[in-house]
Design a binder for this molecule. Structure first.
Ligand SMILES: C[S@@+](CC[C@H](N)C(=O)[O-])C[C@H]1O[C@@H](n2cnc3c(N)ncnc32)[C@H](O)[C@@H]1O
Length: 240
C-alpha cells in the first residue's frame, strides 16, 4: 500500500476516532472541564478533528510534529514537538492532548510542558489502554493483541492509559484520573465494521487468511448479538 493511501487511512482513522469518542468528551467538558476558557492548545492535534470542535469561538492553536497533518487544520497550526512547547508560561487557559499520550517518548516531560504553558488546566482527554479492552467471544482478543503489537512496532505504548497517574506524579502534578465507559451495541458495531477492518488491515501485520476468517466470524457474532467489545477511555486532569 502506498504512503499516500496509508496517510489517507490515518486521516480517516483520526476522524472516526474523534467521532466515536465524542460522548466521552462531551461528558468531560460538562462535568470536569466546565469552566470558561477563551484560549486552547492541543498538543499532538493531528488534523484538528477535536480542536475544531473544542476551539470554536476561541483562540485555538494546534501543535503537531507532522507537517502533513497540520495542513488540514482550520485553526492556527504550529509545527513542533510536545516535549519542547514553543510558548510562554501561562499562554492558554486549557492545554490538552487527545489520543496522543501513547505516542510521546517521554509523556511526563510533555505533561510538564503542557502545565507550564497552561493558565487554568491541563487534560489528557482520551487515552486508550489495550490491556483494558475486553473482547468476547475470546477469539476476537487476537484483534486486540495485533493492534497492540502494531502500536509497539510504530513506536507507541498501547498500555499508556494505566500510567496516567505515574506520568502526572513525575511531572509533580496532582491529577484527577478516571475513565469513561461505554459498550457499543450491535448497531454501532455494524456501522463501523468495514472501517474498523480496513484499519486492522492497514495497521497490523495480520495474516490475510486469518483476517478473512476473523472478519467473517465477527460479522456473524455482531449480527447474532453475541459480540461484546469494551474499550474504556481514560482521562487525567490537573488544575493550576
Ligand atoms: C493518534 S494521533 C491523535 C491526533 C489528534 N489528537 C486526534 O485525536 O485526532 C497522535 C498525534 O500525535 C502527534 N505526535 C506524536 N508525537 C508527537 C510529539 N512529540 N509532539 C507533537 N505531536 C506528536 C502525531 O503526529 C499525531 O498527529
Amino acid at each position: 500500500m502506498s504512503e499516500q493511501i496509508r496517510k489517507d487511512e490515518f486521516r480517516k482513522l483520526l476522524a472516526r476516532q474523534a467521532k466515536l469518542i465524542k460522548p466521552a468528551r462531551d461528558w468531560l467538558l460538562s462535568t470536569k472541564l466546565n469552566f470558561p476558557f477563551s484560549s486552547v492548545l492541543e498538543v499532538g492535534c493531528g488534523c484538528g478533528d477535536v480542536l475544531h470542535e473544542l476551539g470554536e469561538d476561541k483562540w485555538s492553536v494546534g501543535l503537531d510534529i507532522e507537517l502533513e497533518l497540520l495542513k488540514e487544520l482550520k485553526a492556527e497550526g504550529v509545527l513542533g514537538d510536545g516535549h519542547f512547547l514553543p510558548f510562554q508560561n501561562g499562554s492558554f487557559d486549557l492545554v490538552y492532548c487527545h489520543f496522543s499520550i501513547m505516542w510521546f517518548s517521554d509523556p511526563a516531560a510533555v505533561i510538564r510542558e503542557m502545565a507550564r504553558v497552561a493558565k487554568k488546566s491541563i487534560c489528557c482527554m482520551a487515552e486508550y489502554d489495550y490491556g483494558a479492552r475486553l473482547d468476547f467471544p475470546d477469539e476476537f482478543g487476537y484483534i486486540r493483541d495485533k493492534l497492540a503489537e502494531g502500536i509497539i512496532s510504530d513506536g507507541g505504548d498501547p498500555y499508556a492509559g494505566r500510567k496516567l497517574n505515574q506520568y502526572f506524579k513525575e511531572a509533580n502534578l496532582e491529577a484527577d484520573v478516571g475513565a469513561y465507559c461505554h459498550v457499543m451495541d450491535s448497531q454501532q458495531l455494524l456501522a463501523g465494521f468495514e472501517d474498523e477492518w480496513s484499519f486492522i488491515q492497514e495497521f497490523t501485520d495480520m495474516d490475510p487468511g486469518k483476517m478473512d476468517d476473523l472478519k467473517k466470524s465477527e460479522f456473524e457474532s455482531i449480527s447474532s448479538g453475541t459480540r461484546f467489545l469494551f474499550t474504556p477511555v481514560f482521562y487525567a486532569i490537573a488544575r493550576k
